[in-house]
Ligand binder design. Structure first.
Ligand code: GTP
Ligand code: MG
Length: 197
Protein backbone atom coordinates (compact mmCIF):
# COMPACT_ATOMS: atom_id res chain seq x y z
CA UNK A 1 0.00 0.00 0.00
CA UNK A 2 2.80 2.44 0.78
CA UNK A 3 5.08 1.43 -2.06
CA UNK A 4 4.38 4.69 -3.88
CA UNK A 5 4.49 8.10 -2.18
CA UNK A 6 1.31 9.45 -0.62
CA UNK A 7 0.34 12.97 -1.59
CA UNK A 8 -1.40 15.78 0.22
CA UNK A 9 -4.49 16.69 -1.75
CA UNK A 10 -7.03 18.55 0.38
CA UNK A 11 -7.37 20.66 3.51
CA UNK A 12 -10.75 21.35 5.12
CA UNK A 13 -11.53 23.96 7.69
CA UNK A 14 -15.26 23.47 7.64
CA UNK A 15 -17.63 20.59 7.25
CA UNK A 16 -19.10 22.03 4.04
CA UNK A 17 -15.64 22.04 2.42
CA UNK A 18 -14.83 18.37 2.49
CA UNK A 19 -13.40 16.60 -0.56
CA UNK A 20 -15.96 14.60 -2.57
CA UNK A 21 -16.73 11.12 -1.31
CA UNK A 22 -14.45 8.61 -2.98
CA UNK A 23 -12.42 5.68 -1.64
CA UNK A 24 -11.97 4.47 1.95
CA UNK A 25 -10.61 6.88 4.56
CA UNK A 26 -8.83 6.41 7.88
CA UNK A 27 -8.61 9.33 10.31
CA UNK A 28 -5.88 10.03 12.87
CA UNK A 29 -7.46 11.51 15.96
CA UNK A 30 -6.16 12.34 19.43
CA UNK A 31 -4.93 14.96 21.86
CA UNK A 32 -2.88 17.80 20.62
CA UNK A 33 0.78 16.75 20.50
CA UNK A 34 0.01 13.03 20.84
CA UNK A 35 1.98 12.34 17.65
CA UNK A 36 -0.67 12.09 14.90
CA UNK A 37 1.34 13.84 12.21
CA UNK A 38 4.52 11.98 13.20
CA UNK A 39 2.75 8.64 12.97
CA UNK A 40 1.46 9.50 9.53
CA UNK A 41 4.98 10.26 8.42
CA UNK A 42 6.44 7.11 10.01
CA UNK A 43 3.75 4.99 8.46
CA UNK A 44 4.24 6.30 4.95
CA UNK A 45 8.01 6.53 5.32
CA UNK A 46 7.74 10.18 4.22
CA UNK A 47 9.41 12.40 6.77
CA UNK A 48 7.84 15.66 5.68
CA UNK A 49 4.38 14.59 4.54
CA UNK A 50 2.48 15.97 7.53
CA UNK A 51 3.70 18.94 9.56
CA UNK A 52 5.14 17.96 12.95
CA UNK A 53 5.67 20.47 15.73
CA UNK A 54 6.75 20.73 19.33
CA UNK A 55 4.07 23.40 19.67
CA UNK A 56 0.71 21.77 20.41
CA UNK A 57 -2.13 22.76 18.12
CA UNK A 58 -0.07 22.68 14.96
CA UNK A 59 -2.58 20.90 12.79
CA UNK A 60 -5.60 23.18 12.46
CA UNK A 61 -7.57 21.62 9.69
CA UNK A 62 -8.42 18.24 8.31
CA UNK A 63 -5.57 17.31 6.00
CA UNK A 64 -6.24 14.60 3.45
CA UNK A 65 -3.44 12.46 2.04
CA UNK A 66 -4.06 10.15 -0.86
CA UNK A 67 -2.15 6.87 -0.90
CA UNK A 68 -1.79 4.52 -3.82
CA UNK A 69 -3.98 6.49 -6.20
CA UNK A 70 -6.81 6.81 -3.71
CA UNK A 71 -6.96 3.19 -2.61
CA UNK A 72 -6.74 4.66 0.86
CA UNK A 73 -6.96 8.24 2.09
CA UNK A 74 -5.37 9.19 5.42
CA UNK A 75 -6.85 12.12 7.31
CA UNK A 76 -4.70 14.05 9.78
CA UNK A 77 -7.02 15.72 12.27
CA UNK A 78 -6.53 18.70 14.55
CA UNK A 79 -5.80 17.65 18.11
CA UNK A 80 -8.25 18.14 20.95
CA UNK A 81 -7.56 19.20 24.52
CA UNK A 82 -5.23 22.02 23.60
CA UNK A 83 -5.40 24.24 26.67
CA UNK A 84 -4.04 27.41 25.14
CA UNK A 85 -6.43 27.56 22.19
CA UNK A 86 -9.04 30.31 22.34
CA UNK A 87 -12.55 29.24 23.15
CA UNK A 88 -13.86 29.93 19.64
CA UNK A 89 -11.01 27.99 18.10
CA UNK A 90 -11.72 25.07 20.39
CA UNK A 91 -15.39 25.12 19.48
CA UNK A 92 -14.60 25.29 15.78
CA UNK A 93 -12.20 22.38 16.00
CA UNK A 94 -14.50 20.28 18.07
CA UNK A 95 -17.45 21.02 15.85
CA UNK A 96 -15.53 20.06 12.73
CA UNK A 97 -14.13 16.94 14.34
CA UNK A 98 -17.49 15.83 15.60
CA UNK A 99 -19.31 16.46 12.33
CA UNK A 100 -16.64 14.69 10.35
CA UNK A 101 -16.50 11.66 12.60
CA UNK A 102 -20.26 11.26 12.64
CA UNK A 103 -21.18 12.09 9.13
CA UNK A 104 -18.52 10.79 6.77
CA UNK A 105 -19.78 7.65 5.02
CA UNK A 106 -16.38 6.76 3.53
CA UNK A 107 -14.63 6.88 6.91
CA UNK A 108 -13.70 3.27 7.52
CA UNK A 109 -11.81 3.60 10.76
CA UNK A 110 -10.56 6.15 13.25
CA UNK A 111 -7.21 5.64 14.91
CA UNK A 112 -7.51 7.14 18.35
CA UNK A 113 -4.01 7.95 19.51
CA UNK A 114 -3.02 7.91 23.18
CA UNK A 115 0.35 9.14 24.42
CA UNK A 116 2.02 6.37 26.46
CA UNK A 117 3.63 9.02 28.69
CA UNK A 118 0.49 10.91 29.62
CA UNK A 119 -2.39 9.99 31.93
CA UNK A 120 -5.72 9.37 30.23
CA UNK A 121 -7.49 12.74 30.34
CA UNK A 122 -11.20 13.64 30.45
CA UNK A 123 -10.94 14.79 26.83
CA UNK A 124 -9.74 11.30 25.86
CA UNK A 125 -12.70 9.72 27.62
CA UNK A 126 -14.96 12.20 25.84
CA UNK A 127 -13.42 11.21 22.50
CA UNK A 128 -14.13 7.54 23.22
CA UNK A 129 -17.73 8.46 24.10
CA UNK A 130 -18.09 10.48 20.92
CA UNK A 131 -16.72 7.70 18.73
CA UNK A 132 -18.91 5.12 20.44
CA UNK A 133 -21.99 7.32 20.00
CA UNK A 134 -21.13 7.97 16.38
CA UNK A 135 -20.80 4.20 15.95
CA UNK A 136 -17.69 4.71 13.91
CA UNK A 137 -15.12 1.91 14.12
CA UNK A 138 -12.17 3.09 16.13
CA UNK A 139 -8.88 1.57 17.17
CA UNK A 140 -6.68 2.68 20.03
CA UNK A 141 -3.10 3.34 19.07
CA UNK A 142 -0.63 4.05 21.87
CA UNK A 143 2.15 6.41 20.76
CA UNK A 144 5.67 7.33 21.93
CA UNK A 145 6.30 3.96 23.59
CA UNK A 146 10.05 4.56 23.12
CA UNK A 147 9.77 7.05 25.94
CA UNK A 148 8.23 4.89 28.71
CA UNK A 149 9.37 1.95 30.78
CA UNK A 150 7.64 -1.38 30.36
CA UNK A 151 5.60 -1.32 33.62
CA UNK A 152 4.19 2.09 32.76
CA UNK A 153 3.25 0.92 29.28
CA UNK A 154 1.60 -2.20 30.65
CA UNK A 155 -0.39 -0.15 33.13
CA UNK A 156 -1.57 2.16 30.36
CA UNK A 157 -2.57 -0.77 28.16
CA UNK A 158 -4.64 -2.24 31.01
CA UNK A 159 -6.36 1.09 31.66
CA UNK A 160 -7.23 1.56 28.02
CA UNK A 161 -8.46 -1.99 27.66
CA UNK A 162 -10.78 -1.45 30.60
CA UNK A 163 -12.00 1.79 29.06
CA UNK A 164 -12.98 0.32 25.69
CA UNK A 165 -13.94 -3.18 26.80
CA UNK A 166 -17.69 -2.73 26.46
CA UNK A 167 -17.58 -0.48 23.40
CA UNK A 168 -18.79 -2.35 20.38
CA UNK A 169 -17.27 0.22 18.00
CA UNK A 170 -13.80 -0.40 19.44
CA UNK A 171 -11.45 -2.63 17.49
CA UNK A 172 -10.17 -5.44 19.75
CA UNK A 173 -6.55 -5.02 18.64
CA UNK A 174 -4.72 -2.18 20.36
CA UNK A 175 -1.68 -0.88 18.51
CA UNK A 176 1.50 -0.03 20.39
CA UNK A 177 3.75 2.29 18.39
CA UNK A 178 6.72 4.58 18.26
CA UNK A 179 7.34 6.90 15.34
CA UNK A 180 10.90 7.28 16.62
CA UNK A 181 11.93 3.61 16.67
CA UNK A 182 9.37 2.24 14.22
CA UNK A 183 7.90 -0.13 16.80
CA UNK A 184 4.41 -1.26 15.79
CA UNK A 185 4.56 0.47 12.40
CA UNK A 186 4.45 -2.78 10.37
CA UNK A 187 1.37 -3.87 12.37
CA UNK A 188 -0.28 -0.52 11.68
CA UNK A 189 0.50 -0.79 7.98
CA UNK A 190 -1.06 -4.25 7.91
CA UNK A 191 -4.24 -2.91 9.55
CA UNK A 192 -4.49 -0.12 6.98
CA UNK A 193 -3.72 -2.38 4.04
CA UNK A 194 -6.72 -4.49 5.02
CA UNK A 195 -8.96 -1.41 4.77
CA UNK A 196 -7.72 -0.21 1.38
CA UNK A 197 -10.00 -0.53 -1.61
P1 GTP B 1 -1.05 18.51 16.76
O1 GTP B 1 -1.05 18.60 15.27
O2 GTP B 1 -0.59 19.75 17.42
O3 GTP B 1 -2.34 18.04 17.32
O4 GTP B 1 0.09 17.42 17.21
P2 GTP B 1 0.31 15.95 16.63
O5 GTP B 1 -0.56 14.98 17.36
O6 GTP B 1 0.23 15.92 15.15
O7 GTP B 1 1.82 15.64 17.13
P3 GTP B 1 3.17 15.74 16.26
O8 GTP B 1 3.28 14.59 15.34
O9 GTP B 1 3.30 17.10 15.71
O10 GTP B 1 4.26 15.47 17.42
C1 GTP B 1 4.29 16.23 18.62
C2 GTP B 1 5.63 16.05 19.30
O11 GTP B 1 5.81 14.71 19.74
C3 GTP B 1 6.86 16.35 18.41
O12 GTP B 1 7.80 17.02 19.18
C4 GTP B 1 7.32 14.97 18.00
O13 GTP B 1 8.71 14.94 17.70
C5 GTP B 1 7.03 14.15 19.25
N1 GTP B 1 6.83 12.72 18.91
C6 GTP B 1 5.98 12.24 17.98
N2 GTP B 1 6.06 10.89 17.91
C7 GTP B 1 6.96 10.50 18.82
C8 GTP B 1 7.46 9.21 19.23
O14 GTP B 1 7.11 8.15 18.73
N3 GTP B 1 8.38 9.21 20.25
C9 GTP B 1 8.81 10.35 20.84
N4 GTP B 1 9.72 10.23 21.82
N5 GTP B 1 8.37 11.58 20.47
C10 GTP B 1 7.46 11.67 19.49
MG1 MG C 1 -0.45 17.33 13.82
Amino acid sequence: LFARPCTFFYASQAINQLPPLAGPEVAFCGRSNVGKSSLLNALTGQKALARVSVTPGRTRQLNFFRCDEGQLTLVDMPGYGYAKASKTLKEDWQGLMFDFLRGRPTLRRVLLLMDARVEIKPADRAAIELLSDAAVAFQICITKVDDVKKPQLEKRIRELEALVKKRTAAHPLMLVTSSETGQGIPELRAELAALAG
